[in-house]
Design a protein around this ligand. Structure first.
Ligand SMILES: Cc1ncc(C[n+]2csc(CCOP(=O)(O)OP(=O)(O)O)c2C)c(N)n1
Ligand SMILES: [Mg+2]
Length: 282
């Protein structure tokens, strides 16, 4: 008896499946949610460009998602994606990369893309560490954690990246974890349908290079932790900083309409073209 082909198989590079993510890694969950979201809103992958940087999470779109992809340099996926969007505003441009990529080395590109409100969707996989390179501290690593670059303990407070992006001016910002698969899928759909800069922080697990330093050995250990730590944003009103210290605030942080960067740029191009045409006609 022949087996029916899975309905989502056409969205991934079947020839290189199964993927190479470590056992228990959250990247497979994010890939699954992303592919479901793309199919769910009927996006045509031939009209998409996915951009990634360097890191484990960067492998989610490239090579696994079957669309045109740019696997760029570490820290620069938003810069490359902005270039694509300016030249080809007709394409859906999505960045998927790690916390190191997006909020560490690429942090400046992140806040300025949010400020400009350029029409990109950025899905940042926050595993709280530089996973691919063996476990260096990221700007998302919690205080107190021992990493290869903080062998005694990390003393740097982490960024709350989603809050930072919302404050910088993005149109849509949300935070979920790999435990919250269905809300994550739905949020990815909303992000990709939103005009302007959309951003989802996906708190994810790295049992290999982060978990083993904090006593969480398996992916399941992390999912239990995320379930316990998560608190819906609407339940946080009136709670103090101390009460929220070890919590992961999940849900939508903002959803608003602001002028979009490429549209505004193209208006200028049109205005200038009109002026030149008028002058040459006269
Ligand atoms: C300019 C530059 N600096 C540093 C590196 C080394 N490097 C490669 S991946 C990486 C960190 C990856 O961490 P993250 O972006 O969080 O992705 P993860 O592997 O955790 O998914 C670093 C520091 C590099 N490739 N290029
Ligand atoms: Mg990381």
């Amino acid at each position: 008896m022949s087996h029916p082909r899975h309905r989502l198989m056409g969205y991934v590079r079947e020839e290189i499946m199964p993927h190479r993510f470590c056992v228990g890694c959250g990247c497979g969950t994010v890939l699954n949610a992303f592919v479901n979201a793309v199919e769910g809103i009927g996006l045509d992958p031939t009209k998409m460009v996915c951009v990634s940087g360097i890191g484990c999470s960067a492998w989610i779109p490239s090579p696994y998602f079957k669309a045109d992809t740019l696997h760029t340099t570490h820290g620069r996926p938003i810069a490359f994606a902005s270039g694509v969007k300016v030249m080809r505003p007709d394409l859906k441009v999505v960045v998927i990369a790690g916390d190191g990529d997006i909020a560490g080395i690429g942090g400046n590109h992140l806040i300025h893309a949010a400020r400009r409100n350029i029409d990109l969707s950025v899905f940042m996989v926050n595993n709280m560490i530089y996973g691919m390179t063996g476990g260096q501290a990221a700007p998302t690593t919690p205080v107190g954690v021992k990493t290869t670059t903080t062998p005694h303990r990390n003393v740097e407070p982490p960024f709350r990246v989603a809050d930072l992006v919302a404050a910088a001016g993005a149109s849509y910002v949300a935070r979920w974890t790999t435990y919250h698969v269905f809300p994550l899928m739905e949020s990815m759909q909303n992000a990709m349908l939103k005009r302007g800069f959309s951003f989802i922080e996906i708190v994810s697990q790295c049992p290999e290079n982060y978990g083993r330093r904090i006593g969480l050995r398996t992916g399941t250990d992390f999912l239990h932790r995320f379930k316990e730590q998560a608190i819906r944003i609407d339940k946080t009103r009136g709670m103090s900083e101390e009460e929220l210290e070890n919590r992961i605030i999940i849900g939508k942080l903002c959803d608003r309409d602001r002028p979009e960067y490429v549209t505004e740029l193209h208006k200028i191009t049109q205005e200038q073209t009109d002026i030149i045409e008028k002058e040459t006609a006269g």
